[in-house]
Ligand binder design. Structure first.
Ligand code: NAI
Length: 384
């Protein structure tokens, strides 16, 4: 496979998620980091981009980058959008329309309407629009999905997902501008904690079970009273294959760090996995014994094997999960460039439709939460 040209918007020095993308994209030698508009401050972005080796393709703004890259014969194939949420729609749309494939950070947009628009633009332009639900790249998450699909736990009855942390639990710090904006509807939209973290857990519930969320009922609270938007939510949902879903997300769960986890209970077995211990998957067959499945061990699914890189017993973490999204995308892009069928096993990266479904769930959670937990349709209009 010829090396692809890759660019990045956002993810500047000191950003939270920029380094994980650069590590992930760089891992397999499939991409050349060629261009970037890395910071909202043009000078700072150019200086950092040059330090990372981008030369004159370190741009001061995403608009300059779009224009500059459009003119080049060796233009980037894929751009990652890792800026703050409210900018995702405009940048993603512009790059898709400019003829570039896009990997957009979550949430893909701020509204359902924008999400619908991105899905349409991706279809019309023929460009790939992926969304970074990067935790779906973990080897054992892929294995869990494969086990569910081949019937190892039978028909799924209940899926229980959560994403809880305690990093916004300090009431005395609630007015700190770095925290406050997240709970301010003018800047964050209709939801805070569910839109930020809950959607990862909900995407994972769909990814692992192969079912989509149809309707939901939400109990949302602002435990810290000055907050307008929720810092804790409990969401009940139903899925189109009959599974019942339970999801808890919180930012005031003191002692929890990055508590993304999932449990899937079927008619003949159960599975349990958590992000903080991603190299073990717990499998309990009905009336059997609890088994600990280790990433990298023999006789796992092909989906797990192709996404596991470091020898068994050595920790693999989040940047390597992101790397699996980049590897999938490289396969999809190369297949298009060379006019061949893509390897179906790589077609697991989250798509614009997943970003749209999440946005619709975010709006549904806000709506249901305000209506005392009334059940509401969680599907976007175009996917009903
Ligand atoms: P951050 O605030 O740490 O960094 C944002 C970066 O974007 C900064 O370098 C800033 O200078 C740059 N930036 C802002 N506006 C820009 C513009 N117009 N042009 C170019 N650069 C610009 O934010 P963080 O935490 O890295 O989050 C970025 C995005 O990634 C958010 O949408 C967030 O939801 C998402 N995220 C996703 C995670 C995941 O697991 N998939 C985890 C953490 C964040």
């Amino acid at each position: 496979m010829a090396k692809l040209q890759w660019g990045m918007i956002g993810g500047g020095e000191g950003s939270q998620i920029g380094p994980a993308h650069r590590l992930g994209a760089g891992l397999d030698g499939l991409y050349n980091f060629a261009a970037g508009a890395l910071d909202h401050r043009p000078d700072v972005g150019i200086e950092y981009g040059q330090r990372l080796g981008l030369g004159d393709r370190a741009y001061g703004s995403w608009q300059d980058m779009l224009e500059g890259e459009k003119k080049r014969d060796d233009r980037i194939d894929l751009v990652t959008v890792a800026t703050p949420n409210a900018t995702h729609f405009e940048i993603t749309k512009a790059f898709l329309e400019g003829g570039f494939h896009v990997l957009c950070e979550k949430p893909m947009t701020m509204t359902v309407e924008e999400g619908e628009e991105i899905v349409k633009v991706a279809k019309a332009t023929g460009q790939i629009c992926a969304v970074n639900y990067g935790y779906s790249g973990y080897s054992l998450v892929r294995h869990m999905k494969a086990m569910v699909a081949r019937g190892d736990i039978g028909k799924v009855r209940v899926v229980n997902a959560e994403f809880a942390h305690g990093h916004h639990a300090d009431a005395a710090d609630a007015d700190n501008p770095r925290v406050r904006w997240r709970y301010d509807p003018a800047q964050a939209g209709v939801s805070a904690q569910f839109a930020d973290c809950g959607i990862h857990a909900m995407h994972m519930a769909s990814f692992v079970t192969g079912q989509e969320v149809t309707k939901l009922s939400a109990d949302i609270v602002s435990c810290i009273e000055v907050r307008t938007l929720e810092d804790d939510a409990m969401v009940n949902f139903r899925m189109d294959g009959g599974a019942v879903g339970r999801l808890w997300t919180s930012s005031i769960a003191i002692g929890r760090q990055h508590g993304l986890g999932i449990q899937v209970f079927g008619e003949t077995g159960g599975l349990r996995w958590s992000q903080e211990h991603p190299n073990q998957l717990y499998y309990m067959p009905l009336n059997g014994r609890l088994q600990v499945i280790e990433r990298g061990e023999a006789n796992l699914s092909p989906e797990a094997d192709r996404t596991s890189r470091v020898t068994i017993g050595h920790a693999e973490g989040m940047p390597l999960a992101f790397a699996n999204i980049y590897t999938d995308l490289a396969e999809a892009i190369d297949a298009r460039k060379t006019g061949r069928e893509m390897d179906a096993a790589a077609n697991l990266f989250p798509k614009a439709e997943d970003g749209l479904r999440s946005m619709s769930a975010v709006v549904a959670v806000a709506q249901s939460g305000k209506a005392d937990g009334q059940w509401v349709d969680a599907r976007p209009p175009s996917l009903r």
